[in-house]
Write a protein that binds this ligand. Structure first.
Ligand SMILES: NC(=O)C1=CN([C@@H]2O[C@H](COP(=O)(O)OP(=O)(O)OC[C@H]3O[C@@H](n4cnc5c(N)ncnc54)[C@H](O)[C@@H]3O)[C@@H](O)[C@H]2O)C=CC1
Ligand SMILES: O=C(O)CCC(=O)C(=O)O
Length: 413
C-alpha cells in the first residue's frame, strides 16, 4: 500500500465516525496544488547535476499552507503529498490559522559540499518562488534541513521579491527573524504530549523509562526534555545504529558526543552499549518515542513492541496494520498530528513575530506552546471518549471538525 492510501485509512475512519458531509470529505482527500521542479546545480567537479524537487499545497482552507522541506534520497511526490496532508490535519488539531504544505528534494546531503548544498537550496527557491510566500505557503525545516538552510532560502526569496521577507519561512536563526524556542519546539511538544499521556494512564513521570528512535532535531530534543522531566532514556538509535544503557543515557552528553562523531552518529558513544537498531523499538519501556521517519512500526515489529505509550515525534511512523495490532494490545498511541504539532505551533509564533516585527521572550514562547498543546491533547482525548475511537482517529475528528466549519463558511460545500 502506498503512503497516500495508508494516510487515508484513519481519515476515513474519522469521516465515518463523525458522519462528515461527503462533499467536505472529498475536498480534504486531495491536495489543492502540486509542483515538481528540476534544479540544475554546477557541482564542484565542474559537471552539472540536475536534482528533482517538489512542493505541495494540500490545503489553504484555514490559512496559508505551512510545512517543512525535506532533503532525502527517498523523497517522492506521493510522500510530499502525504506529508502536506498531515500538515493540514496537524495545523487544524493545534488550532492554527494555517493549511498544510510540504516540500522536498531528492538528494543525499552527505554527498554535497557546503557550496553545492547552498546552490541547490537557492535553485529550489528560484523554481518554487511563484507558489510560496508569507500569505501563500510558508516553508520550514524537516529532515536534513536546518536554520542555516532556512536562512539561505529567506535570502534568496528576499532577492527575488526585492524586499526583506522573514515571514515567508520559519525555523530561521534568531539573527534573521527566528523565534526563541523554535529549535527545541517539536521535542517540547512531543514531551508535553507524553506527560499528558502518562497522566491519563495514571503513571509517574519521574523514573519513567523511554526509548527514542532518531537523534536529529526531534529525537535529540525529545530525549533532552524528557530527561529534564526526570524520565530515564534507556535506548536511542539513529540511521547508523543504536545504543542502550539500563541505568539511563544522558542526552546532553550524547549530543556533545554526536557534535563531533563520525556522521554525527550515536554509534560509539562510550557510556552505553551498542545494540541492533531495530531493538530500540522493542524495548520494554513506559514511553516509546519514534522520532525518525515514516513506516518504522509495521505489522512485522508491532507484535514485539512492549511500550505502554507510543508518542509519535516523526510523521507517519506507524503503518495502519501496525496501528490495529497496537490497538488490540492496548498500547496508548499519541498520534503524530497531535504529538509533533509543537514545531509548527512555534513556527506560527515565529511568523506572527515576523509580521509584527516584535519579538517574545523564550519563556513566553514556551508557556504559550505548552498551553496550546495541553488544550489540543485534552480536546482529542475527550473525543476518544465521546466517539469510542483510538487517539489517532479522534485527532482526525478534531481536525475535520475545524476544517468542515471553515469550508462551510467559505461556501465550499
Ligand atoms: N524538524 C521539525 O520541526 C519536525 C519534524 N518532524 C518529523 O520528525 C521526523 C524527524 O525529523 P527531524 O528530527 O527534523 O530530522 P533530522 O534529519 O534532524 O533527524 C532525523 C533522525 O532520524 C534518524 N533516522 C533516519 N532514518 C532512521 C532509521 N531508519 N532508524 C533510526 N533512525 C533513523 C537520523 O539518523 C537522524 O538522527 C520526521 O518524520 C519529520 O518529518 C515533525 C514535526 C516537526
Ligand atoms: O514548522 C513548520 O512549519 C512545519 C514543521 C513540519 O514540517 C512538520 O510538522 O512536519
Amino acid at each position: 500500500m502506498g503512503l497516500i492510501e495508508q494516510s487515508m485509512i484513519p481519515l476515513n475512519k474519522a469521516i465515518k465516525a463523525m458522519k462528515l458531509d461527503p462533499g467536505a470529505a472529498a475536498i480534504i482527500a486531495v491536495p489543492e496544488k502540486t509542483t515538481e521542479v528540476h534544479i540544475p546545480v554546477k557541482m564542484d567537479n565542474g559537471k552539472v547535476q540536475v536534482f528533482t524537487g517538489y512542493r505541495c499545497q494540500h490545503s489553504t482552507i484555514m490559512g496559508p499552507a505551512k510545512g517543512g522541506v525535506r532533503y532525502h534520497t527517498a523523497v517522492n511526490m506521493d510522500e510530499v503529498k502525504t506529508l502536506a496532508f498531515w500538515m493540514t490535519c496537524k495545523c487544524a488539531v493545534a488550532g492554527l490559522p494555517y493549511g498544510g504544505g510540504k516540500g522536498g528534494i531528492i538528494v543525499d546531503v552527505t554527498k554535497l559540499s557546503e557550496r553545492e548544498l547552498e546552490a541547490l537550496t537557492r535553485g529550489y527557491i528560484d523554481k518554487i518562488a511563484g507558489v510560496i510566500g508569507e500569505k501563500k505557503d510558508i516553508p520550514a525545516p524537516d529532515m536534513n534541513t536546518n536554520a542555516k538552510i532556512m536562512g539561505w532560502m529567506m535570502d534568496e526569496y528576499s532577492k527575488i521579491t526585492g524586499q526583506y521577507e522573514p515571514g515567508f519561512i520559519t525555523g530561521k536563526d534568531i539573527s534573521v527573524g527566528g523565534s526563541l524556542g523554535r529549535t527545541a519546539a517539536t521535542g517540547r511538544g512531543v514531551v508535553t504530549a507524553a506527560l499528558e499521556a502518562l497522566k491519563v494512564k495514571g503513571m509517574k513521570v519521574k523514573g519513567a523509562t523511554a526509548a527514542v528512535q532518531g537523534f536529529g532535531n526531534v529525537g535529540s530534543w525529545t530525549a533532552k526534555l524528557a530527561f529534564d522531566e526526570g524520565m530515564k532514556i534507556v535506548a536511542i538509535s539513529d540511521v547508523y545504529g543504536a545504543i542502550a544503557n539500563k541505568k539511563g543515557i544522558d542526552p546532553y552528553k550524547l549530543a556533545e558526543y554526536t557534535a563531533t562523531s563520525k556522521g554525527h552518529s550515536v554509534v560509539g558513544y562510550p557510556d552505553a552499549d551498542p545494540i541492533d537498531k531495530e531493538l530500540v523499538l522493542e524495548q520494554k519501556v513506559d514511553v516509546l518515542f519514534p522520532c525518525a521517519m515514516e513506516n518504522q512500526i509495521t505489522k512485522d515489529n508491532a507484535k514485539k513492541i512492549k511500550a505502554t505509550i507510543i508518542c509519535e515525534g516523526a510523521n507517519g511512523p506507524t503503518t495502519p496494520e501496525a496501528d490495529e495490532i497496537l490497538d488490540k494490545k492496548g498500547i496508548f498511541v499519541v498520534p503524530d498530528i497531535l504529538a509533533n504539532g509543537g514545531g509548527v505551533t512555534v513556527s506560527y509564533f515565529e511568523w506572527v513575530q515576523n509580521l509584527y516585527r516584535f519579538f517574545w521572550s523564550e519563556e513566553e514562547v514556551k508557556n504559550r506552546q505548552i498551553d496550546m498543546m495541553v488544550k489540543a491533547f485534552k480536546e482529542v482525548y475527550d473525543l476518544t471518549l465521546e466517539y469510542k475511537v483510538p487517539m489517532r482517529v479522534a485527532a482526525y475528528i478534531a481536525a475535520l471538525k475545524r476544517l468542515a466549519v471553515a469550508m462551510k463558511f467559505r461556501g465550499m460545500y
